[in-house]
Design a binder for this molecule. Structure first.
Ligand SMILES: CCCCCCCC/C=C\CCCCCCCC(=O)N[C@@H](CO)[C@H](O)/C=C/CCCCCCCCCCCCC
Ligand SMILES: [Ca+2]
Ligand SMILES: [Zn+2]
Length: 334
């Protein structure tokens, strides 16, 4: 915890006290989220020499509010961040066009496998709710891509709100696994839509990341409890899939915390490493990869449970020997 993340203010904006040193999940104060105006001056910071040789020189962004940026951050195509949060990865260190490069590209795991899953679900004629589950994951990935690429507040909402909606779809799928086909649980649907609506409205007004994290964590806990119930009491042979999904997800959460708590140390470490090796220490990107995989495996668990209940004879197969997908056969007619 050596370097505070916020440099002292350069000019007289009313800046709040910096958050505890070392926390990467920096909350950007409202003053840094104002549109650039006449009072905003170019950055006083001198940026370190780029770690990536082909980068264009870090230009002073016209009107940029960069007085609070950590020294390792640079300015780039999308202008100063307007999000209420940002992460440990050094801004515009790899590309002038992508604010947090590794945090951006790691979202591919939320985008490509779920698209494949959605196509397969559609082809197999499985229930639309599973199509929605896969597509929600893709939506999270696209939103998160846009957020980490730009660090803009509107894009942050495209990342964070779909996380809540996806969880609600997952909860519905998981709590309706043992119902007959073509039934709709209207009270549960109403509850989840209301939850999504209330969380969205409160978050849009409150703009408090911790609120979003608590609301998201609550839904994840509900999903975990139900999954554990299913693999303990209903289909014990699905324990492998269930516990793998949970472990991978929790490892991601652990690394999310490591990235937040030890950001200063990680940044210092990266300065001593070649860029590509340093990329391995981008733990927010690892959080994407692990939660992407954990969530995908969770959909497989939920779909396996459902198709087993509907007597579709599901099987997990590994594409290219590594990537798990679910294959189903229609139920036998008697
Ligand atoms: C049995 C396995 C359970 C798996 C549950 C799967 C639920 C998945 C639901 C949605 C998929 C989204 C995955 C995460 C996307 C991450 C995108 C992202 O990084 N967003 C950040 C901005 O870039 C955003 O600000 C991050 C917020 C993170 C919040 C973390 C909150 C805490 C999570 C708590 C986990 C509790 C586990 C409790 C276990 C009993
Ligand atoms: Ca950053
Ligand atoms: Zn992220």
């Amino acid at each position: 915890m050596t370097t505070p993340h916020f440099s002292p203010p350069f000019f007289s904006l009313p800046l709040p006290a910096p958050p505890s040193a070392g926390r990467a999940q920096r909350r950007l104060p409202p003053s840094s989220r104002l549109a650039p105006g006449p009072g905003h001056l170019p950055s006083p910071l001198s940026f370190p020499s780029p770690s990536f040789p082909l980068l264009p020189p870090a230009p002073p962004w016209p009107g940029a509010v960069t007085a609070m940026a950590p020294a390792a951050d640079r300015e780039g195509y999308w202008g100063p961040p307007t999000s209420t949060l940002e992460w440990c990865e050094e801004n515009y260190a790899v590309s002038y066009y992508i604010a947090e490069f590794w945090n951006t590209v790691s979202n591919l795991i939320f985008i490509l496998p779920p698209i494949y899953g959605a196509i397969q679900t559609y082809k197999d004629g499985l229930e639309k709710r599973y199509l929605a589950a896969y597509l929600c994951l893709t939506a999270v990935g696209l939103g998160s891509w846009c957020f980490h690429m730009t660090l803009k507040y509107e894009m942050q909402l495209l990342d964070e709100l779909p996380m809540i909606y996806s969880c609600c779809v997952f909860v519905y799928c998981l709590y309706e696994c043992f119902k007959y086909k073509n039934t709709v649980n209207y009270p549960l649907l109403f509850l989840l839509i209301t939850y999504s609506f209330v969380v969205s409205i409160v978050y849009l007004n409150l703009k408090e990341p911790v609120f979003h994290q608590i609301m998201y964590g609550t839904l994840v806990s509900i999903i975990v409890l139900r999954s554990v119930y299913i693999v303990l009491w209903v289909y014990p042979w699905l324990r492998g899939l269930g516990y793998t999904s949970l472990t991978v997800f929790l490892m991601g959460f652990f690394l999310w915390n490591v990235d937040n708590i030890f950001c200063d140390k990680l940044r210092a470490l990266r300065e001593k490493m070649p860029p590509v090796v340093g990329a391995v220490t981008q733990f927010h990107a690892w959080w994407h990869i692990l939660t992407g995989l954990g969530s995908y495996l969770h959909i497989l668990l939920s779909l396996y449970t459902r198709t087993l209940f509907l007597k579709h004879r599901p099987k997990v197969k590994f594409v290219f020997g590594i990537w798990p997908v679910l294959l189903v056969e229609p139920p036998k007619k008697h």
